[in-house]
Ligand binder design. Structure first.
Ligand code: GLU
Length: 442
Protein backbone atom coordinates (compact mmCIF):
# COMPACT_ATOMS: atom_id res chain seq x y z
CA UNK A 1 0.00 0.00 0.00
CA UNK A 2 1.29 3.49 -0.86
CA UNK A 3 1.71 5.63 2.21
CA UNK A 4 0.21 9.14 2.25
CA UNK A 5 2.80 11.72 3.12
CA UNK A 6 1.52 14.90 4.62
CA UNK A 7 4.60 16.81 5.63
CA UNK A 8 5.36 20.03 3.73
CA UNK A 9 8.67 18.53 2.56
CA UNK A 10 6.98 15.59 0.94
CA UNK A 11 4.33 17.87 -0.57
CA UNK A 12 7.14 19.85 -2.16
CA UNK A 13 8.74 16.64 -3.43
CA UNK A 14 5.52 15.43 -5.07
CA UNK A 15 4.17 18.73 -6.42
CA UNK A 16 5.06 19.84 -9.98
CA UNK A 17 8.32 21.71 -10.57
CA UNK A 18 8.21 25.37 -11.49
CA UNK A 19 8.43 25.39 -15.29
CA UNK A 20 7.49 28.79 -16.65
CA UNK A 21 7.64 29.91 -20.26
CA UNK A 22 10.94 31.78 -20.59
CA UNK A 23 9.21 34.86 -22.02
CA UNK A 24 7.11 35.23 -18.89
CA UNK A 25 9.79 34.56 -16.29
CA UNK A 26 10.67 37.64 -14.27
CA UNK A 27 7.77 39.72 -15.60
CA UNK A 28 5.75 41.57 -12.99
CA UNK A 29 2.09 42.52 -13.13
CA UNK A 30 1.35 45.48 -15.42
CA UNK A 31 2.51 48.74 -13.80
CA UNK A 32 -0.87 50.47 -14.17
CA UNK A 33 -2.78 47.72 -12.43
CA UNK A 34 -0.12 47.20 -9.79
CA UNK A 35 -0.11 50.85 -8.69
CA UNK A 36 -3.90 50.79 -8.61
CA UNK A 37 -3.96 47.82 -6.27
CA UNK A 38 -1.17 49.24 -4.11
CA UNK A 39 -3.07 52.55 -3.79
CA UNK A 40 -6.26 50.72 -2.79
CA UNK A 41 -4.34 48.71 -0.19
CA UNK A 42 -2.76 51.84 1.33
CA UNK A 43 -6.17 53.50 1.52
CA UNK A 44 -7.55 50.39 3.25
CA UNK A 45 -4.73 50.78 5.78
CA UNK A 46 -5.92 54.32 6.47
CA UNK A 47 -3.33 56.22 4.43
CA UNK A 48 -4.25 59.29 2.42
CA UNK A 49 -3.47 58.57 -1.22
CA UNK A 50 -3.93 60.71 -4.32
CA UNK A 51 -4.62 58.08 -6.95
CA UNK A 52 -2.76 59.32 -10.01
CA UNK A 53 -1.45 55.88 -11.00
CA UNK A 54 -4.08 54.14 -13.10
CA UNK A 55 -5.49 55.97 -16.11
CA UNK A 56 -9.17 55.33 -15.58
CA UNK A 57 -11.81 57.77 -16.81
CA UNK A 58 -13.30 59.78 -13.93
CA UNK A 59 -16.61 60.09 -15.77
CA UNK A 60 -19.58 57.73 -15.59
CA UNK A 61 -20.76 55.77 -18.62
CA UNK A 62 -23.38 57.97 -20.39
CA UNK A 63 -26.84 57.13 -19.06
CA UNK A 64 -28.24 56.25 -22.50
CA UNK A 65 -25.54 53.58 -22.86
CA UNK A 66 -26.14 52.23 -19.34
CA UNK A 67 -29.87 52.00 -20.15
CA UNK A 68 -29.05 50.03 -23.26
CA UNK A 69 -26.97 47.61 -21.21
CA UNK A 70 -29.87 47.12 -18.81
CA UNK A 71 -32.30 46.17 -21.54
CA UNK A 72 -29.74 43.77 -22.98
CA UNK A 73 -28.80 42.00 -19.77
CA UNK A 74 -30.68 38.93 -21.03
CA UNK A 75 -28.49 38.52 -24.14
CA UNK A 76 -26.85 35.20 -23.56
CA UNK A 77 -25.81 33.75 -26.89
CA UNK A 78 -22.25 33.41 -28.09
CA UNK A 79 -21.84 36.14 -30.67
CA UNK A 80 -19.87 35.96 -33.93
CA UNK A 81 -16.12 35.89 -33.34
CA UNK A 82 -15.51 39.16 -35.19
CA UNK A 83 -18.30 40.87 -33.28
CA UNK A 84 -21.99 41.57 -33.65
CA UNK A 85 -22.73 42.68 -37.21
CA UNK A 86 -24.80 45.71 -36.07
CA UNK A 87 -22.01 46.81 -33.75
CA UNK A 88 -19.40 46.43 -36.47
CA UNK A 89 -21.56 48.53 -38.78
CA UNK A 90 -21.95 51.16 -36.04
CA UNK A 91 -18.16 51.24 -35.55
CA UNK A 92 -17.53 51.57 -39.31
CA UNK A 93 -20.07 54.40 -39.52
CA UNK A 94 -18.57 56.08 -36.47
CA UNK A 95 -15.16 56.16 -38.21
CA UNK A 96 -16.82 57.43 -41.36
CA UNK A 97 -18.45 60.32 -39.47
CA UNK A 98 -15.29 61.19 -37.54
CA UNK A 99 -12.47 60.50 -39.99
CA UNK A 100 -14.16 60.33 -43.38
CA UNK A 101 -12.95 56.74 -43.76
CA UNK A 102 -15.26 54.67 -45.90
CA UNK A 103 -15.33 51.13 -44.54
CA UNK A 104 -18.00 48.58 -43.75
CA UNK A 105 -18.68 46.06 -40.97
CA UNK A 106 -16.27 43.66 -42.73
CA UNK A 107 -13.37 45.93 -41.83
CA UNK A 108 -14.07 45.85 -38.09
CA UNK A 109 -12.95 43.48 -35.37
CA UNK A 110 -14.43 43.67 -31.87
CA UNK A 111 -12.53 42.35 -28.87
CA UNK A 112 -12.57 42.32 -25.05
CA UNK A 113 -10.58 45.56 -24.84
CA UNK A 114 -8.17 47.01 -27.37
CA UNK A 115 -5.34 45.70 -25.16
CA UNK A 116 -6.30 42.11 -26.03
CA UNK A 117 -6.61 42.98 -29.71
CA UNK A 118 -3.11 44.50 -29.64
CA UNK A 119 -1.74 41.34 -28.11
CA UNK A 120 -3.35 39.16 -30.76
CA UNK A 121 -2.13 41.48 -33.51
CA UNK A 122 1.43 41.04 -32.30
CA UNK A 123 0.90 37.31 -32.06
CA UNK A 124 -0.30 36.85 -35.64
CA UNK A 125 2.03 39.36 -37.31
CA UNK A 126 5.55 38.22 -37.94
CA UNK A 127 7.85 41.20 -37.52
CA UNK A 128 9.36 43.77 -35.16
CA UNK A 129 7.42 45.99 -32.84
CA UNK A 130 8.52 49.62 -33.05
CA UNK A 131 7.42 51.97 -30.29
CA UNK A 132 8.39 55.48 -29.27
CA UNK A 133 9.79 56.05 -25.83
CA UNK A 134 7.84 56.98 -23.74
CA UNK A 135 4.96 54.64 -24.65
CA UNK A 136 2.05 53.06 -22.80
CA UNK A 137 3.20 50.46 -20.30
CA UNK A 138 1.81 47.33 -22.01
CA UNK A 139 3.02 47.51 -25.63
CA UNK A 140 6.54 46.30 -24.83
CA UNK A 141 5.62 43.57 -22.30
CA UNK A 142 3.14 42.14 -24.82
CA UNK A 143 5.91 41.91 -27.44
CA UNK A 144 8.15 40.38 -24.82
CA UNK A 145 5.59 37.71 -23.89
CA UNK A 146 5.16 36.77 -27.55
CA UNK A 147 8.89 36.90 -28.20
CA UNK A 148 8.88 39.77 -30.71
CA UNK A 149 11.86 41.99 -31.24
CA UNK A 150 11.25 45.50 -29.81
CA UNK A 151 12.81 48.61 -31.31
CA UNK A 152 12.46 51.90 -29.44
CA UNK A 153 12.23 55.26 -31.18
CA UNK A 154 13.76 58.08 -29.16
CA UNK A 155 11.79 61.29 -28.62
CA UNK A 156 12.59 64.45 -26.78
CA UNK A 157 10.81 66.44 -24.09
CA UNK A 158 11.28 69.72 -25.99
CA UNK A 159 9.17 68.22 -28.81
CA UNK A 160 6.49 67.14 -26.35
CA UNK A 161 7.84 63.53 -26.52
CA UNK A 162 6.52 63.18 -30.07
CA UNK A 163 8.21 60.83 -32.50
CA UNK A 164 9.44 62.42 -35.75
CA UNK A 165 9.53 61.05 -39.32
CA UNK A 166 13.34 61.43 -39.20
CA UNK A 167 13.59 58.92 -36.33
CA UNK A 168 11.39 56.44 -38.22
CA UNK A 169 13.49 56.97 -41.33
CA UNK A 170 16.73 56.38 -39.36
CA UNK A 171 15.40 53.10 -38.06
CA UNK A 172 13.89 51.81 -41.30
CA UNK A 173 16.62 52.79 -43.76
CA UNK A 174 19.13 50.40 -42.20
CA UNK A 175 16.92 47.42 -43.16
CA UNK A 176 14.17 48.71 -45.46
CA UNK A 177 12.46 45.36 -46.18
CA UNK A 178 12.10 44.26 -42.58
CA UNK A 179 8.45 43.70 -41.53
CA UNK A 180 7.44 46.11 -38.80
CA UNK A 181 4.48 47.32 -36.81
CA UNK A 182 4.88 50.89 -35.59
CA UNK A 183 2.54 52.02 -32.83
CA UNK A 184 1.54 55.66 -32.72
CA UNK A 185 -0.67 56.77 -29.86
CA UNK A 186 -2.28 60.22 -29.89
CA UNK A 187 -3.51 61.98 -27.84
CA UNK A 188 -0.69 60.33 -26.05
CA UNK A 189 -0.40 58.23 -22.96
CA UNK A 190 1.75 59.28 -21.01
CA UNK A 191 2.43 62.80 -22.34
CA UNK A 192 -1.07 64.11 -23.15
CA UNK A 193 0.35 65.58 -26.40
CA UNK A 194 -1.04 64.96 -29.88
CA UNK A 195 0.03 65.32 -33.51
CA UNK A 196 -1.22 68.06 -35.82
CA UNK A 197 -2.59 67.08 -39.24
CA UNK A 198 0.59 68.28 -40.94
CA UNK A 199 2.78 66.20 -38.58
CA UNK A 200 0.62 63.16 -39.30
CA UNK A 201 0.97 63.74 -43.04
CA UNK A 202 4.76 63.66 -42.77
CA UNK A 203 4.75 60.57 -40.57
CA UNK A 204 2.41 58.89 -43.07
CA UNK A 205 4.80 59.63 -45.94
CA UNK A 206 7.66 57.83 -44.16
CA UNK A 207 5.43 54.93 -43.10
CA UNK A 208 4.30 54.47 -46.69
CA UNK A 209 7.88 54.61 -48.00
CA UNK A 210 8.78 51.59 -45.83
CA UNK A 211 5.36 49.91 -46.13
CA UNK A 212 5.11 49.47 -42.38
CA UNK A 213 1.93 48.44 -40.62
CA UNK A 214 0.82 51.38 -38.49
CA UNK A 215 -1.17 50.60 -35.40
CA UNK A 216 -2.79 53.93 -34.69
CA UNK A 217 -3.87 53.79 -31.07
CA UNK A 218 -6.63 56.40 -30.95
CA UNK A 219 -8.27 55.28 -27.72
CA UNK A 220 -8.06 58.92 -26.48
CA UNK A 221 -9.14 60.46 -29.82
CA UNK A 222 -12.51 61.63 -28.50
CA UNK A 223 -10.74 63.15 -25.51
CA UNK A 224 -8.75 65.60 -27.59
CA UNK A 225 -9.38 68.64 -25.41
CA UNK A 226 -10.48 70.83 -28.32
CA UNK A 227 -12.32 68.01 -30.11
CA UNK A 228 -9.80 68.30 -32.99
CA UNK A 229 -8.56 64.74 -33.28
CA UNK A 230 -7.36 63.71 -36.76
CA UNK A 231 -6.45 60.12 -37.68
CA UNK A 232 -3.31 59.22 -39.62
CA UNK A 233 -5.50 56.73 -41.52
CA UNK A 234 -6.57 59.74 -43.59
CA UNK A 235 -3.05 60.02 -44.98
CA UNK A 236 -1.93 56.36 -45.02
CA UNK A 237 -5.18 54.43 -45.31
CA UNK A 238 -3.70 51.27 -46.87
CA UNK A 239 -1.30 50.59 -43.98
CA UNK A 240 -3.18 51.87 -40.91
CA UNK A 241 -5.22 49.99 -38.33
CA UNK A 242 -7.21 52.29 -36.05
CA UNK A 243 -7.50 51.04 -32.50
CA UNK A 244 -10.24 52.39 -30.25
CA UNK A 245 -12.82 51.27 -27.72
CA UNK A 246 -15.18 52.32 -24.96
CA UNK A 247 -12.68 52.50 -22.10
CA UNK A 248 -11.69 56.14 -22.19
CA UNK A 249 -14.20 58.36 -23.98
CA UNK A 250 -17.19 56.37 -22.74
CA UNK A 251 -15.86 55.89 -19.20
CA UNK A 252 -16.26 52.12 -19.55
CA UNK A 253 -12.80 50.65 -18.91
CA UNK A 254 -14.25 47.79 -16.91
CA UNK A 255 -16.66 46.85 -19.67
CA UNK A 256 -13.73 45.65 -21.80
CA UNK A 257 -14.78 46.53 -25.32
CA UNK A 258 -12.16 47.33 -27.94
CA UNK A 259 -12.37 47.90 -31.69
CA UNK A 260 -9.90 47.62 -34.57
CA UNK A 261 -10.66 49.10 -38.00
CA UNK A 262 -8.66 47.61 -40.89
CA UNK A 263 -8.30 48.78 -44.48
CA UNK A 264 -9.11 46.18 -47.17
CA UNK A 265 -5.36 45.73 -47.77
CA UNK A 266 -4.89 44.44 -44.20
CA UNK A 267 -7.90 42.14 -44.00
CA UNK A 268 -5.49 39.17 -43.91
CA UNK A 269 -4.49 40.42 -40.45
CA UNK A 270 -8.11 40.79 -39.34
CA UNK A 271 -8.86 37.24 -40.49
CA UNK A 272 -5.81 35.75 -38.79
CA UNK A 273 -6.67 37.59 -35.58
CA UNK A 274 -10.22 36.24 -35.73
CA UNK A 275 -8.83 32.70 -35.93
CA UNK A 276 -6.87 33.27 -32.71
CA UNK A 277 -9.89 34.95 -31.12
CA UNK A 278 -12.04 31.93 -31.97
CA UNK A 279 -9.60 29.64 -30.18
CA UNK A 280 -9.13 31.87 -27.14
CA UNK A 281 -11.82 34.31 -25.97
CA UNK A 282 -14.50 33.18 -28.51
CA UNK A 283 -16.29 36.54 -28.66
CA UNK A 284 -16.71 39.63 -26.47
CA UNK A 285 -19.49 39.74 -23.88
CA UNK A 286 -22.91 39.83 -25.56
CA UNK A 287 -24.73 42.45 -23.39
CA UNK A 288 -21.73 44.79 -23.64
CA UNK A 289 -21.69 44.52 -27.44
CA UNK A 290 -25.39 45.35 -27.66
CA UNK A 291 -24.91 48.39 -25.40
CA UNK A 292 -21.85 49.51 -27.37
CA UNK A 293 -24.01 49.97 -30.47
CA UNK A 294 -25.70 52.85 -28.68
CA UNK A 295 -22.35 54.43 -27.82
CA UNK A 296 -20.94 54.23 -31.34
CA UNK A 297 -24.18 55.47 -32.92
CA UNK A 298 -23.56 58.75 -31.08
CA UNK A 299 -26.22 61.43 -30.99
CA UNK A 300 -26.99 64.50 -28.94
CA UNK A 301 -26.62 63.00 -25.44
CA UNK A 302 -23.25 61.51 -26.28
CA UNK A 303 -22.00 64.71 -27.94
CA UNK A 304 -23.07 66.73 -24.91
CA UNK A 305 -21.34 64.27 -22.58
CA UNK A 306 -18.16 64.46 -24.64
CA UNK A 307 -18.12 68.25 -24.81
CA UNK A 308 -18.47 68.48 -21.05
CA UNK A 309 -15.85 65.81 -20.41
CA UNK A 310 -13.38 67.64 -22.67
CA UNK A 311 -14.11 70.92 -20.99
CA UNK A 312 -13.30 69.55 -17.54
CA UNK A 313 -10.16 67.75 -18.73
CA UNK A 314 -8.94 70.76 -20.70
CA UNK A 315 -9.30 73.20 -17.80
CA UNK A 316 -7.88 70.78 -15.26
CA UNK A 317 -4.93 69.74 -17.45
CA UNK A 318 -4.02 73.38 -18.07
CA UNK A 319 -4.32 74.34 -14.44
CA UNK A 320 -2.20 71.41 -13.21
CA UNK A 321 0.47 71.92 -15.87
CA UNK A 322 0.83 75.60 -15.07
CA UNK A 323 1.07 74.90 -11.32
CA UNK A 324 3.84 72.39 -12.03
CA UNK A 325 5.61 74.83 -14.34
CA UNK A 326 5.44 77.47 -11.64
CA UNK A 327 7.08 74.99 -9.27
CA UNK A 328 10.01 74.70 -11.71
CA UNK A 329 9.12 71.41 -13.39
CA UNK A 330 9.53 70.92 -17.16
CA UNK A 331 6.16 70.01 -18.60
CA UNK A 332 4.10 70.41 -21.77
CA UNK A 333 0.50 71.51 -21.58
CA UNK A 334 -1.64 68.46 -22.37
CA UNK A 335 -3.77 68.55 -25.53
CA UNK A 336 -5.84 65.46 -24.85
CA UNK A 337 -6.53 62.49 -22.55
CA UNK A 338 -5.88 62.86 -18.80
CA UNK A 339 -2.15 62.54 -18.33
CA UNK A 340 0.79 64.74 -17.41
CA UNK A 341 4.38 63.69 -17.87
CA UNK A 342 6.55 66.08 -15.82
CA UNK A 343 10.32 65.98 -16.01
CA UNK A 344 12.13 66.79 -12.74
CA UNK A 345 15.60 67.05 -14.26
CA UNK A 346 15.91 70.64 -12.98
CA UNK A 347 15.85 69.22 -9.43
CA UNK A 348 18.44 66.50 -10.07
CA UNK A 349 20.99 67.77 -7.54
CA UNK A 350 18.48 68.35 -4.74
CA UNK A 351 16.89 64.96 -5.41
CA UNK A 352 20.26 63.24 -5.40
CA UNK A 353 20.98 64.65 -1.96
CA UNK A 354 17.78 62.89 -0.82
CA UNK A 355 19.01 59.63 -2.36
CA UNK A 356 16.73 59.90 -5.41
CA UNK A 357 18.57 59.15 -8.64
CA UNK A 358 16.01 57.51 -10.91
CA UNK A 359 12.31 57.58 -11.72
CA UNK A 360 11.44 54.51 -9.64
CA UNK A 361 13.01 56.06 -6.54
CA UNK A 362 11.25 59.32 -7.35
CA UNK A 363 7.79 57.76 -7.58
CA UNK A 364 8.35 55.61 -4.49
CA UNK A 365 9.43 58.59 -2.39
CA UNK A 366 6.58 60.73 -3.72
CA UNK A 367 4.10 58.13 -2.54
CA UNK A 368 5.80 57.76 0.84
CA UNK A 369 6.31 61.46 1.54
CA UNK A 370 3.31 63.14 -0.14
CA UNK A 371 0.75 60.35 -0.67
CA UNK A 372 0.79 60.96 -4.44
CA UNK A 373 0.67 57.69 -6.39
CA UNK A 374 2.22 58.03 -9.86
CA UNK A 375 4.06 55.77 -12.27
CA UNK A 376 7.79 56.10 -12.99
CA UNK A 377 8.91 57.10 -16.50
CA UNK A 378 10.82 53.80 -16.71
CA UNK A 379 7.46 51.95 -16.87
CA UNK A 380 6.95 53.74 -20.19
CA UNK A 381 10.31 52.68 -21.60
CA UNK A 382 12.24 55.81 -20.59
CA UNK A 383 15.84 55.56 -19.51
CA UNK A 384 15.52 54.78 -15.76
CA UNK A 385 17.78 57.74 -14.91
CA UNK A 386 15.38 60.22 -16.50
CA UNK A 387 13.47 61.86 -13.67
CA UNK A 388 10.02 61.63 -15.23
CA UNK A 389 6.72 60.34 -13.85
CA UNK A 390 3.22 59.96 -15.25
CA UNK A 391 0.36 61.58 -13.38
CA UNK A 392 -3.19 60.59 -14.32
CA UNK A 393 -5.51 63.44 -13.25
CA UNK A 394 -8.60 61.35 -12.70
CA UNK A 395 -9.01 61.18 -8.93
CA UNK A 396 -12.25 63.15 -8.59
CA UNK A 397 -15.99 62.57 -8.83
CA UNK A 398 -16.53 62.90 -12.58
CA UNK A 399 -20.32 62.55 -12.36
CA UNK A 400 -20.51 65.51 -10.00
CA UNK A 401 -18.11 67.59 -12.10
CA UNK A 402 -20.03 66.85 -15.31
CA UNK A 403 -23.34 67.79 -13.70
CA UNK A 404 -21.85 71.06 -12.41
CA UNK A 405 -20.68 72.07 -15.90
CA UNK A 406 -24.37 72.61 -16.71
CA UNK A 407 -24.26 75.72 -14.52
CA UNK A 408 -21.49 77.23 -16.64
CA UNK A 409 -22.28 78.64 -20.12
CA UNK A 410 -20.89 76.31 -22.78
CA UNK A 411 -18.53 78.90 -24.28
CA UNK A 412 -17.08 79.86 -20.89
CA UNK A 413 -13.93 78.14 -19.56
CA UNK A 414 -14.17 76.55 -16.12
CA UNK A 415 -12.72 78.72 -13.37
CA UNK A 416 -10.03 77.80 -10.87
CA UNK A 417 -12.75 77.88 -8.18
CA UNK A 418 -14.76 75.32 -10.13
CA UNK A 419 -11.72 73.06 -10.41
CA UNK A 420 -10.84 73.51 -6.76
CA UNK A 421 -14.37 72.52 -5.77
CA UNK A 422 -15.07 69.65 -8.17
CA UNK A 423 -11.60 68.32 -9.00
CA UNK A 424 -9.99 68.99 -5.63
CA UNK A 425 -7.93 65.77 -5.49
CA UNK A 426 -5.56 66.42 -8.41
CA UNK A 427 -5.32 70.15 -7.54
CA UNK A 428 -4.33 69.33 -3.95
CA UNK A 429 -1.87 66.67 -5.15
CA UNK A 430 -0.06 69.08 -7.44
CA UNK A 431 0.05 71.74 -4.71
CA UNK A 432 1.61 69.20 -2.37
CA UNK A 433 4.11 68.25 -5.02
CA UNK A 434 4.99 71.93 -5.43
CA UNK A 435 5.52 72.27 -1.65
CA UNK A 436 7.63 69.10 -1.58
CA UNK A 437 9.83 70.55 -4.33
CA UNK A 438 10.24 73.90 -2.60
CA UNK A 439 11.25 72.15 0.61
CA UNK A 440 13.93 70.35 -1.42
CA UNK A 441 15.37 73.65 -2.54
CA UNK A 442 15.08 75.35 0.87
N1 GLU B 1 -4.63 52.65 -20.09
C1 GLU B 1 -4.65 52.80 -18.68
C2 GLU B 1 -3.35 53.39 -18.18
O1 GLU B 1 -2.41 53.57 -18.91
C3 GLU B 1 -4.94 51.56 -17.90
C4 GLU B 1 -5.48 50.37 -18.59
C5 GLU B 1 -4.56 49.20 -18.56
O2 GLU B 1 -3.34 49.38 -18.37
O3 GLU B 1 -5.06 48.11 -18.79
O4 GLU B 1 -3.25 53.67 -17.02
Amino acid sequence: MVQTRNTSNSRKRYSPDINLNLNVRGLGQSATLEINELSAELIRQGREVFRMGLGQSPFPVPQVVVDELKVNAHQKAYLPVKGLETLRTAVAEYHHRHHGIDHSADNVLIGPGSKELMFILQLVYYGDLVIPTPSWVSYAPQAHIIGRHIRWLPTCSTNCWKVTPEEIERLCESDPQRPRIIILNYPNNPSGCSFSASELKKLARTARKYRVVLLSDEIYGELHHEGHHVSIAKFYPEGTIISSGLSKWCGAGGWRLGTFLFPDSLKWLLNAMAVVASETYTASSAPIQFAAIRAFNGGLEIEDYLQRSRKVLRALGRSLASRLKEAGVRISQPQGAFYLFPDFDGFREQLRSKGIENSVQLSTRLLEETGIAVLPGSSFGCDPELLTVRMAYVDFDGARALAATREVPLAEELSQEFLQFYCGGPIEAVNRLGDWLSELSA
